[in-house]
Design a binder for this molecule. Structure first.
Ligand code: CAA
Length: 389
């Protein structure tokens, strides 16, 4: 599809040569290295270790991190372009990429100490190590301030106890950002974010989730039992952990919005191609108006989602307030992804319901974009609060 080139609220949507090069590199990588074996990886819920290694080598795991810390030094627009292309094919790889880039690397670069950046960010940005972001708990999903996990202040270390749920990269990560309550009286202002390394005594990887979609990404519960975390592993000042999580998730939501956009666009491209190959009633199904109308509506909604995603990314790059724009982009793009993938299955008819045509996987993958990094309902809450702020 053609790329938008209009100007909205003073934002320039033209893509630079560099942007186009990133887009093309991501597209090539997705088509040549992610597409082969994708049905098997999905069936077996097999972590794409080889593909993730390649993402690191190609600079997709630390896209916005400064080259001083091993990153690619690119902007958010480049990041969403890459996310879109990779998500058109493999949403499992793109969530691994998104969590590492926009939650873990961004969080450490924006709020970590120089020592934390040297020790952790440099490895995470190159893909030598992988990160996980641990906020959700069995009893704290949308209601994220209700943290049951505790990080008791023991002087020169924190004693971490609790369980985190639905953690992306749960087993495959080396470094975890763990949100936990230190001082319950201070409510969300008594929450901290701690960097916890795998292998720390008392830190155990729990159950692997058997998921509807993004099946190749590994989602686990993580268990912490009297885990000693040195004080120097706290990110930000004492009590900053919840605001850290919120600030980081604002950017994360742009990544997931781009993922949803990619899933929708991937399904649309497959449906458009199929409609020009498949014949029914003596002509290509594209020549039936019922199919044309579906494709026209899909193209329109996907383009609208793309504009919202680019707008949020541009605002972030220009250091303007992007909280509402990110929530709008995620809310709209995830609904478009769910709807457009369902339409793509419908256009494929019986073939759409079987795995080798890819659209049923994209439909299953789409659903999670309405849930993680803040459900659609939470995005509406964020948008509404910004309306009267
Ligand atoms: N940006 C920056 N700061 C924010 C913020 C935002 N979007 N939203 C809230 N805050 C700040 C507030 O300003 C406030 O700070 P102060 O005390 O300094 O004023 C503090 O956070 C508490 O905010 P509220 O009083 O508004 O808290 P609340 O309980 O009423 O609402 C919420 C908070 C917006 C509902 C929040 O809990 C939320 O976003 N929930 C969704 C959680 C979520 O997105 N989870 C995703 C899990 S991670 C994941 O999915 C990763 C993966 O694996 C793919």
């Amino acid at each position: 599809m053609a790329t938008a080139t209009l100007d909205l609220q003073g934002l320039n949507f033209n893509l630079s040569e560099e942007h186009r090069a990133v887009q093309e590199a991501a597209r090539d990588f997705a088509q040549t290295e992610l597409l082969p074996g994708i049905v098997e990886r999905d069936n077996e819920a097999r972590f794409p270790a080889e593909q993730v290694k390649r993402m690191g080598e190609l600079g997709f795991l630390g896209m916005m991190v400064s080259p001083d810390y091993g990153g690619s030094g690119l902007d958010t627009v480049s990041y969403v372009l890459a996310m879109e292309e990779i998500s058109k094919v493999d949403a499992s790889c793109s969530v691994i990429m998104s969590v590492n880039n926009s939650l873990v690397c961004y969080g450490l670069e924006a709020y970590g100490t120089e020592a934390q950046k040297q020790q952790y960010l440099t490895r995470l940005a190159t893909g030598e190590q992988l990160g996980a972001f641990c906020l959700s708990e069995p009893e704290a999903g949308s209601d994220a301030t209700s943290q049951a996990t505790t990080a008791e202040d023991k002087g020169d270390y924190y004693l971490l106890n609790g369980t985190k749920n639905w953690i992306t990269n749960g087993n495959s990560s080396d470094v975890c950002l763990v949100i936990a309550q230190t001082d319950r009286e201070k409510k969300h202002r008594g929450i901290n974010c701690l960097i916890v390394e795998k292998g720390t005594p008392g830190f155990v990887v729990g159950k692997k989730e058997d998921k509807m979609g993004i099946r190749a990404s590994d989602t686990h519960s993580l268990l912490f039992s009297d885990v000693k975390v040195p004080k120097e592993n706290r990110v930000g000042e004492d009590g900053f952990g919840f605001r850290f999580a919120m600030a980081t998730l604002n950017g994360g939501r742009i990544g997931i919005a781009a993922q949803a956009l990619g899933i929708a666009a991937g399904a649309y491209e497959l449906a458009l191609k199929y409609s020009q190959e498949r014949k029914a009633f003596g002509k290509q199904i594209f020549d039936h108006q019922a199919i044309q109308f579906k494709l026209a509506e899909m193209a329109t909604k996907i383009e609208a989602a793309r504009l919202l995603v680019y707008k949020a990314a541009r605002l972030k790059d220009e250091h303007k307030d992007f909280v509402q724009a990110a929530a709008m982009a995620k809310l709209f793009a995830s609904d478009v992804a769910m709807w457009a993938t369902t339409e793509a299955v419908q256009i494929h008819g019986g073939y759409g319901y079987v795995k080798e045509f890819h659209v049923e996987r994209l439909m299953r993958d789409a659903k999670i974009t309405q849930i993680y990094e803040g459900t659609s309902e939470i995005q509406k809450l964020v948008i509404a609060r910004e309306l009267i702020r």
